[in-house]
Design a protein around this ligand. Structure first.
Ligand SMILES: Cc1cc2nc3c(=O)[nH]c(=O)nc-3n(C[C@H](O)[C@H](O)[C@H](O)COP(=O)(O)OP(=O)(O)OC[C@H]3O[C@@H](n4cnc5c(N)ncnc54)[C@H](O)[C@@H]3O)c2cc1C
Length: 434
C-alpha cells in the first residue's frame, strides 16, 4: 500500500478541518487535509458565519476578501410565537468587529478558506480521499488509512485530527465513547421564494404545534420546518397538501407560494442530534468540531463552535507539533479548553428543544406562557442573547505562531486549573441534585 508522511493529518474538510489546516499551514506545519467529496458543494448544512468567526477572519487578514463574496447580513433574530413578537437576539451591540451574522453558502466559505490555505507551501488538500480507519504503532495512533481515487493509501502523521463531522468514521475507529442527549425534534429543510415585502431578518414562527424558521437568502427563504422527532413518515402519509396548509397556517404570508413545494424530494430531513465524546483524544489522535460534539441547528452555532475548536487546537498544538512532541497531556488541554463552551452551548440547545417540545403539545393556536412574556419584558435580554449566539462562550483568538512557546510547567498548570473547574462543576451538580 502506498504510504505518505505528513506532520498533521486532518480528516474532514468541513469548517473545523479547513480552518485547522489553514492555521497550521500558516504556522509552517506540514498538514494534509482529507475530504471524501470531490468539492464542497453539499446540501444545506448551515450558512451562518457569526461575529466571533468574522473576528477570527479579521485576525487572519481574510475578512475583507470574505465579505466580498455574496452574503446577507442579519443584525437581529426574532420569533412570532402565537400572537407575541419575541425579539430573540440582537447583534448590533456585540463587542466584535462585525455586528451581524453573515449568511453565505457554506461551500463559498470553505472554497474561500481552502483557496487561501493553498497559498501556504505546507498545506495539502486531498479531495476524494476518504479516511477509512486508523493504524497504530504500539499504543499510539500513527496515521490514517484512506481510500483515494488511485486506491488505498496510508498517511503516517505525528498527529491525526478527526474533523469528519457527526458521523465520524475516525472516532468510531478509535472506539471513543459518545454521550447522547435526547433530542425531541427533527427539521425538514426546503426552499421557498421570497418577496421584497417579506421580513428582512431571520424569523422563527411558532404556532399550531409546529415551528418554521425562515432564513432570508435574498430571493428565497431557506426554510426549516421543525417537527416532532420521528413524525416525518406520518407527515408524509397525510400528503403534500396538508404540509402546504400547515406552512401557510404558521406563516400566512407564504400562502401564495406554498404550491412551489411539489415533491417530497424538495424536503430534506435533518435528524437532529446532540452528543459529545467523553474523551476527545487518544495518544496521537484528537477529535474536534462535530466529530467531538454534534450540535443541533438551534442558534445556528455549530459552524462557529467548529471554527473556535480549530483555533484553540491550533493555538495549543502549534508549538508541540513543531517540536515533534505532541503528548496526550497537550491533547487533553484542547479538550479542557473547548469542553466548557461546548457543554454550555449544548445545555442551552437541549433546553431550547424542551421549550419547543412543550409548544408542540397542542395542534391548536399556541397560548403564550406568562413566563415567556416576563422574559420578553426583561431589559437588555435581546443584547445578552445577541452576545450568547453571536459571540458565544469563551471566544478564541488566533495566537500568532511566533508567540506559541508554552513551557511544560504552564501546560501542567493549565490542565490542573481545568480540572478544578471540572471539580467545581461536579460539586455544583451534586448540590443541585440534593
Ligand atoms: C441540515 C443542517 C443544518 C445545519 N444548520 C446550521 C446552521 O444554520 N448554522 C450552524 O452553525 N450550524 C448548522 N448545522 C451544524 C453545522 O453544519 C455543523 O455543526 C458544522 O458544520 C460542524 O463542522 P465540522 O467541520 O465539525 O463538521 P462537518 O461540517 O460535518 O464537516 C465534516 C467534513 O468531513 C467530511 N468527511 C466525513 N467523513 C469523512 C471521511 N471519513 N474522510 C474524509 N472526509 C470526511 C465531510 O464530507 C465534511 O466535509 C447544521 C447541520 C445540518 C446537518
Amino acid at each position: 500500500m502506498k504510504t505518505l508522511r505528513t506532520t498533521c493529518c486532518v480528516v474532514g474538510g468541513g469548517p473545523a478541518g479547513v480552518m485547522l489546516g489553514y492555521l497550521l499551514a500558516r504556522a509552517g506545519i506540514k498538514v494534509t487535509v482529507l475530504e471524501k467529496h470531490e468539492d464542497f458543494f453539499r446540501d444545506f448544512r448551515g450558512d451562518t458565519v457569526h461575529p466571533s468567526t468574522l473576528d477570527i477572519m479579521h485576525q487572519l487578514g481574510l475578512l475583507d476578501g470574505l465579505l466580498q463574496l455574496p452574503h446577507q447580513r442579519v443584525t437581529s433574530v426574532s420569533a412570532r410565537i402565537g400572537n407575541l413578537d419575541f425579539a430573540a437576539a440582537d447583534f448590533r451591540l456585540v463587542p466584535s468587529r462585525c455586528k451581524f451574522v453573515a449568511l453565505m453558502p457554506q461551500w463559498d466559505f470553505l472554497n474561500f478558506l481552502s483557496e487561501r490555505a493553498k497559498r501556504f507551501a505546507s498545506f495539502e488538500l486531498r479531495m476524494r480521499h476518504e479516511g477509512t480507519g486508523l493504524f497504530r504503532d504500539g499504543g499510539r495512533i500513527a496515521g490514517v488509512e484512506a481510500q483515494s481515487p488511485d486506491g488505498p493509501l496510508q498517511i503516517a502523521a505525528d498527529l491525526v485530527v478527526a474533523c469528519d463531522g457527526r458521523h465520524s468514521t475516525i472516532r468510531q475507529s478509535a472506539r471513543l465513547s459518545v454521550q447522547e442527549f435526547g433530542v425531541p425534534i427533527d427539521v425538514l429543510w426546503f426552499r421557498i421564494s421570497r418577496q421584497p415585502h417579506d421580513p428582512e431578518q431571520v424569523l422563527g414562527n411558532i404556532n399550531y404545534g409546529k415551528a418554521l424558521i425562515l432564513i432570508n437568502r435574498g430571493n428565497y427563504f431557506q426554510a426549516g420546518l421543525i417537527i416532532r422527532k420521528g413524525t416525518f413518515e406520518q407527515i408524509k402519509a397525510k400528503g403534500l397538501d396538508a404540509l402546504r396548509q400547515n406552512i401557510a397556517q404558521i406563516a400566512p404570508y407564504l400562502r401564495d407560494r406554498v404550491a412551489e413545494i411539489e415533491d417530497w424530494d424538495q424536503l430534506k430531513l435533518l435528524t437532529v442530534q446532540v452528543n459529545r465524546l467523553r474523551r476527545w483524544h487518544l495518544p496521537g489522535l484528537l477529535c474536534i468540531g462535530d466529530a467531538a460534539h454534534a450540535m443541533s441547528p438551534a442558534g445556528g452555532v455549530g459552524i462557529n463552535l467548529a471554527i473556535q475548536d480549530a483555533v484553540a487546537a491550533a493555538n495549543i498544538l502549534t508549538g508541540p507539533l513543531r517540536a515533534g512532541r505532541v503528548t496526550d497531556l497537550i491533547l487533553k488541554q484542547v479538550q479542557r479548553r473547548r469542553e466548557f463552551p461546548t457543554r454550555v452551548t449544548q445545555f442551552l440547545q437541549v433546553n431550547a428543544h424542551k421549550a419547543l417540545n412543550a409548544a408542540f403539545q397542542t395542534d391548536g393556536p399556541i397560548q403564550v406562557p406568562w413566563q415567556l412574556k416576563v422574559v420578553d419584558a426583561l431589559p437588555g435580554r435581546k443584547w445578552i442573547m445577541g452576545y450568547v449566539v453571536g459571540v458565544g462562550v469563551r471566544p478564541e483568538h488566533v495566537v500568532d505562531a511566533e508567540t506559541i512557546r508554552i513551557p511544560q510547567s504552564l501546560q501542567k498548570l493549565a490542565v490542573r486549573f481545568g480540572a478544578s473547574i471540572g471539580a467545581i462543576m461536579k460539586t455544583a451538580r451534586f448540590l443541585r441534585a440534593c
